[in-house]
Design a protein around this ligand. Structure first.
Ligand code: NAP
Length: 328
């Protein structure tokens, strides 16, 4: 089978080589063997091949983080050969093995491409807004990098909750994407006065919840409402902020972290509740996975990684595998 195999730390995606004669991995007890149909790409894929990610697999390894595909062999009773699943695992290959606990059945009517990027972004945004910030209908929710992977999920979940959504992004095109997926207002955070724009939109009230995957906490405190909750989701800007805590005190602000990956270890009982909420939204059609317009394949997947690294993409970037019929 074809797979990207990493034998030493690489400079970047351009150094990835697609091997053609890799043996198919066999599932151990508790695992599934999956025929991969689509791969979800993430910024951390690049960190992983460079040896800069928190997960540093021993060489040789197949990199990757998300996928959708079909079960070829099962060692557990919950899944059988032929089941359509999506999940998290080392995915840059035609066939992979994963622990059965790291997959879920593909929601009805979703294609492999749509399902390939669900496993990380959607529960992150749902757990952040629902469990951590307790966003309520009628509140103002400010979503930064609203056209990005986690951002576009947050926009849709916040709208489904009944919030008034203010999207920020760094270009007119990306703001249009955020509006297409439900944002009520759009502000370019490259504008110097973007916090003033948010205050104006909210008639001086400020945002009740701020969803921040970028690293804009300090600036956001200027346009956060009394009793506002600011979610620390990520650091796309590449730096950690230091905060003047007087503003946190003056407005009764809560700064709230979300680390979805750590729920498995620290709060496993919340995971099924999050997925139950999400599957309800998926099946109702009130939210839908958003995909970047260019779909990659296994051969040009490194170009998709480059596009993410160059900040060119919006929504989820996906590579298909094996030229299957994308309409399920
Ligand atoms: N806490 C968790 O559990 C969790 C889970 C998943 C992801 N995350 C984190 O959330 C962040 C976003 O993930 P994602 O999947 O949404 O990524 P993404 O699809 O690549 O989107 C990130 C967006 O950030 C914006 N951005 C602003 N400044 C940037 C900069 N200097 N360089 C690159 N992008 C910049 C870009 O939008 P504009 O061009 O519009 O500015 C970009 O589209 C990452 O830091 C990720 O690690 C956290």
């Amino acid at each position: 089978m074809k797979a990207y195999v990493v034998n030493q730390w690489l400079k970047g995606p351009e150094d990835l080589v697609l091997s053609t004669n890799v043996p198919e991995p066999e599932p151990k007890q508790g695992e599934l063997q999956i025929e991969v149909k689509a791969i979800g790409l993430n910024f951390f894929d690049t960190l992983m091949i460079q040896g800069r990610y928190q997960i540093k697999p021993p060489f040789p390894f197949v990199p990757g983080g998300e996928f959708a595909g079909v079960v070829k062999k099962s060692t557990v009773s919950q899944y059988k050969a032929g089941d359509r699943v999506f999940g998290s695992g080392f995915s840059f290959a035609e066939v992979i093995t994963v622990e059965a606990s790291k997959v879920l059945p593909i929601p009805k009517n979703f294609s492999f491409e749509q399902a390939a990027g669900l496993y990380i972004t959607w529960p992150t945004s749902y757990a952040a807004l629902v469990l951590r910030a307790q966003l309520k209908a009628g509140e103002y929710c400010l979503v930064h990098a609203a056209a990005g992977g986690v951002g576009i999920a947050a926009v849709q979940i916040a709208k489904a909750i009944g919030a008034k959504v203010i999207a920020t992004a760094g270009s007119t095109d990306k703001l249009e994407i955020a509006k297409k997926f439900g944002a009520d207002y759009a502000v370019n955070y490259r504008d110097k006065d973007w916090t003033e724009q948010v205050k104006k939109i909210t008639n001086g009230h400020g945002a009740d919840v701020v969803y921040d995957p970028v690293g804009l906490i300090e600036q956001s405190t200027k346009c956060t409402a009394w009793n506002g909750r600011i979610l620390v989701v990520g650091f796309a800007k590449g730096t950690f902020e230091k905060l003047p805590t007087n503003r946190v005190l003056l407005k009764n602000i809560s700064i709230v972290g979300i680390h979805w990956g750590a729920y498995t270890k620290n709060e496993p009982e919340s995971i099924p509740k999050v997925w139950e909420g999400l599957f309800g939204l998926f099946e109702s059609g009130r939210v839908q996975p958003a995909l970047y317009h260019k779909v990659y394949n296994l051969a040009n997947l490194p170009q998709g990684m480059d596009a993410i690294n160059n900040r060119e993409t919006y929504a989820k970037v996906v590579a298909t595998v094996g030229g299957h019929d994308s309409k399920i």
